[in-house]
Design a protein around this ligand. Structure first.
Ligand code: AMP
Ligand code: ZN
Length: 484
């Protein structure tokens, strides 16, 4: 469907209003998302946040924009250090400490990417690692020191919040209660502890370090995103996203750092997704009340069903996770997919005939399309957008029972199903989805062969065979396939 760029509005945490997004570079949206801290598997709460970002990005793409999406990988941080250094002796070299940290973060980065793929979350355009940008962080910290916005103390460097009059603008803090001059060394703290925060942490025994003009140490968490965001997306960013817990202090501190250094506004729109809860409590690793995507798969759920269950709720509403919710999502998806299949096949009789409640399928389709886009453009209102799809499905199913839609009408409907699927990523064309599944099983088989895991490789070949796919090992080492 060719259409000009559709306007999209989003709730901006900075202004607390739903506002139209007009990118700095016309037609291209620059998005920065705070990425995962890779010391363990992501839990499905974390994945909810990455999913809402994907939904937003896919909406812009479907609306005709280009999206340049940067999502960092936090691969140096307190918990990563804690978990990666446990087995090292106290006399371990700095190099050994870095190697151990990298081994842990590489492992969980790979699992994270697998989770994104399984949930059909589009890969970000750029995924910078914090450890690859230490130099940029040091330059940014030096810039803040030169401007009098940061000071060194005992080998650490802190941000002087009193020097930045806008401090508190995002979290809407009362400046009265702030305590500049006293500082916090931890990265996570509450609003009533608004103090000078750490940019560079002096070396501690047992931690990997980098050299700097303030002595050996490592970056604080907040400086990572400012440094990578400015480096990769530039001085002006359209949208910055994260979960609601990041509003304070992380994003507040990013604003202080980036705008303090640049001397002008950095991000136009801040968008935050709500939490996934379990029995009324926030799902989190520290509470131990979490599931990973792998846990759901083990229980027999498809990651795409989880995707749909989340996306049938508005991204700014709390969701209470439940397996009943997943079952309901599965039923809704079955209904959409069955309708899509019905439209792919020809109708029982050719079009025409009479029925007193007959409708014009193309007019009905046009209304669904308008309603769908009005909902998505209004701060990604997915429940309403899906309601437009379901109303279309019931109306056209009823019509098709009496007077079959013509091939042209069916194709127009399928085009709409493709358009909506390009955002929801849950009801692809059968052939396309089969291809995707075959490709991913073949990639898994290749990985098994590369590690000489012949049993797994044979198992995957058999699984493909049961799907009617015959693999052909070619002379040049590559593998092809055909339907058998
Ligand atoms: P982390 O890997 O801990 O840095 O978290 C990655 C993202 O998950 C952040 O944007 C958090 O805001 C988000 N997050 C953490 N817990 C939840 C939750 N229960 N529901 C939704 N998002 C969450
Ligand atoms: Zn961040």
């Amino acid at each position: 469907m060719i259409h000009p760029m559709r306007p999209i509005s989003l709730f901006n945490t900075l202004t607390r209003k739903i506002e139209p997004i007009s990118p700095i570079t016309p037609g291209e949206i620059k998005v920065y998302s705070c990425g995962p801290t890779v010391y363990n598997f992501a839990h499905i709460g974390n994945l909810r946040t990455f999913l809402f970002q994907d939904l937003m990005k896919r909406t812009f793409l479907a609306a005709g924009y280009q999206v340049r999406h940067c999502m960092n990988i936090t691969d140096v941080e307190d918990k990563i250090i804690r978990d990666s250094q446990v087995d090292l002796p106290s006399e371990a070299s700095n190099e050994a400490r870095h190697t151990a940290m990298k081994a842990l973060t590489d492992k969980y980065t790979a699992f994270f990417l697998e989770d994104l793929d399984a949930m059909r979350i589009l890969r970000p355009t750029v995924m910078p690692k914090a450890t690859g940008h230490i130099g940029q962080m040091q330059t940014l910290i030096q810039n803040l020191m030169d401007k009098g916005l940061a000071y060194a103390r005992e080998g650490s460097v802190y941000y002087r919040i009193a020097g930045f009059p806008n401090y508190g603008c995002l979290a809407h803090l009362d400046r009265e209660g702030m305590q500049s001059g006293t500082s916090v060394d931890v990265d996570e703290y509450e609003k009533d502890q608004a103090q000078d925060f750490v940019l560079w942490k002096a070396a501690k025994a047992g931690e990997p370090t980098w050299d700097s003009s303030w002595g050996p140490g490592r970056p604080g968490w907040h400086i990572e995103c400012s440094a990578m965001g400015i480096e990769i997306l530039g001085d002006r960013v359209d949208i910055h996203t994260g979960g609601v817990d990041l509003v304070f202090p992380h994003h507040e501190n990013e604003i202080a750092q980036s705008e303090g250094a640049l001397g002008h506004a950095w991000v136009s729109t801040w968008v935050h997704g709500e939490f996934l809860m379990v029995e009324g409590e926030k799902m989190s690793k520290s509470l131990g009340n979490f599931y990973t995507l792998r846990d759901l798969v083990e229980k027999g759920y498809d990651p795409v069903t989880f995707r749909y269950a989340i996306q049938s709720n508005h991204y700014r509403k709390l969701i209470n996770f439940s397996f009943e919710g997943l079952k309901a999502a599965d039923n809704s998806l079955k209904r959409i997919r069955a309708f899509r299949k019905r439209m792919e096949e020809d109708g029982a009789q050719s079009g025409g005939g009479t029925w007193k409640e007959a409708i014009d399928p193309l007019k009905r389709l046009e209304k669904a399309q308008t309603d769908f886009w009005m909902a998505m453009a209004d701060d990604l209102n997915t429940p309403e957008a899906l309601a437009a799809v379901f109303t279309l499905i019931s109306d056209l199913n009823a019509q098709d029972d009496r007077i079959a839609l013509t091939r042209e009408e069916r194709d127009a409907v399928l085009e709409f199903m493709d358009e909506t699927d390009s955002i929801f990523a849950a009801w692809p064309r059968e052939a396309a989805s089969l291809d995707e599944e075959v490709e991913s099983l073949m990639a898994a088989r290749k990985a098994a062969r590369d590690t000489k895991n012949w049993a797994e490789s044979d198992r995957l070949r058999d699984q493909l065979k049961t799907m009617g796919i015959i693999l052909e090992d070619r002379k040049d080492g590559s593998v092809g396939w055909r339907r058998g």
